[in-house]
Design a protein around this ligand. Structure first.
Ligand SMILES: [Mn+2]
Length: 323
């Protein structure tokens, strides 16, 4: 009997990939999807801890019996990855409630296990604090590209150090961070000091007017061709009108084609070594789960762009890890 696989049937793993949190089962896969259901770093309304589960559920709405297809460009995506089972859903980090330091150690350890097994990590948040322990798992020096309305570059002190406003203060101080490029920064919650400090130390803060002026290829061209990059996408990079299920939405944000165009151009020009997608807050979302669906679309679309690159396909078919 042919399965019909309605999205409301079955246990939701990302794109119905096999589920395993044990590194011994990672062999043969190329991509590892890891949820980090952590929102203790949120300064206002909690709820993004439910993000990984909602994004997985909405990923079941894509038809998986054929390659994902974009009729506008005539492009197919993820045909090999889905049909050959090259994606493993590594489940969620087992959060230690009220113990963020310990939770972050486990995040780093889980991502490191995926890297050691040769998987490209795709991490689903959670709030944006999680990018710090995720990035910490990489030994490879990389340029960091952050799509976000906010800089998340707050000063660290003994009372505040692991919130979603601190991730990039930690990351720029790490020797593996070659540079930080922030795209889509806007709104009156921005600090002049943070903008000037980051620019003054050689990083890039690209606000909305410049984001529009550069366009997709201009954004990708901010870094030398072939750079190793880590990409982190806060859903609030998109315009507030698109993200009812996000506590930190700001007006005058990126359109969906602006974001996807930039992600496509980055996948084409650079070597994406991993990415995360954060800040979808399902309890705040509208009844259709539109923001979680948008999340599934951004994650799956970006993964599709990466896996369509010749270097990726070559390494995939040679049964090796993209070097
Ligand atoms: Mn953020």
């Amino acid at each position: 009997m042919k399965p019909i696989d309605r999205p409301y049937c079955g246990i939701p793993s990302y794109l119905r990939s096999r589920i395993s949190s044990s590194p011994s089962d990672y062999a043969g896969a190329r991509i590892g999807v890891l949820g980090v259901p952590f929102d203790e770093g949120s300064p206002f309304l909690p709820g993004s801890r439910m993000g990984p589960r909602a994004i997985r559920e909405h990923s079941l709405r894509f038809p998986l019996d054929a390659p994902l297809h974009d009729p506008d460009t005539g492009t197919d995506y993820l045909a090999e990855e889905i049909s050959r089972g090259l994606i493993v859903d590594a489940g969620d980090v087992d959060v230690r409630p009220a113990n963020p330091a310990r939770t972050f150690e486990i995040v780093t350890q889980r991502v490191r296990e995926m890297l050691e097994a040769g998987l490209m990590p795709v991490v689903l948040g959670g709030d944006h604090s999680i990018t710090y322990p995720v990035f910490e798992a990489f030994d490879r020096p990389m340029h960091v590209i952050q799509f976000d309305a906010h800089q998340d570059y707050a000063e660290i002190d003994e009372d505040l150090d692991r919130t979603n406003s601190h991730a990039f203060r930690h990351i720029v101080s790490m020797p593996t961070c070659l540079s930080l490029t922030q795209i889509g920064i806007r709104g009156l919650r921005t600090s002049r000091r943070h903008v000037e400090e980051l620019r003054g130390s050689g990083h890039r803060v690209v606000c909305m007017s410049e984001t529009r002026r550069l366009g997709a290829d201009g954004i990708a061209a901010l870094l030398p061709e072939g750079s190793d990059v880590y990409v982190t996408i806060d859903v609030d990079a998109l315009d507030m009108s698109l993200v009812p299920g996000c506590v930190s939405g700001e007006p005058d944000g990126m359109t969906f084609p602006q974001l996807m165009g930039a992600l496509r151009a980055i996948a084409e020009r650079h070597r994406v070594r991993g990415f995360d997608f954060v800040e979808v807050n399902p309890p705040l979302d509208v009844g259709t789960g539109a923001t979680a669906y948008l999340g599934a679309l951004v994650v799956t679309g970006f993964l599709g762009f990466i896996c369509n690159q010749p270097y990726w396909a070559e390494a995939r078919d040679a049964q090796g890890v993209p070097a």
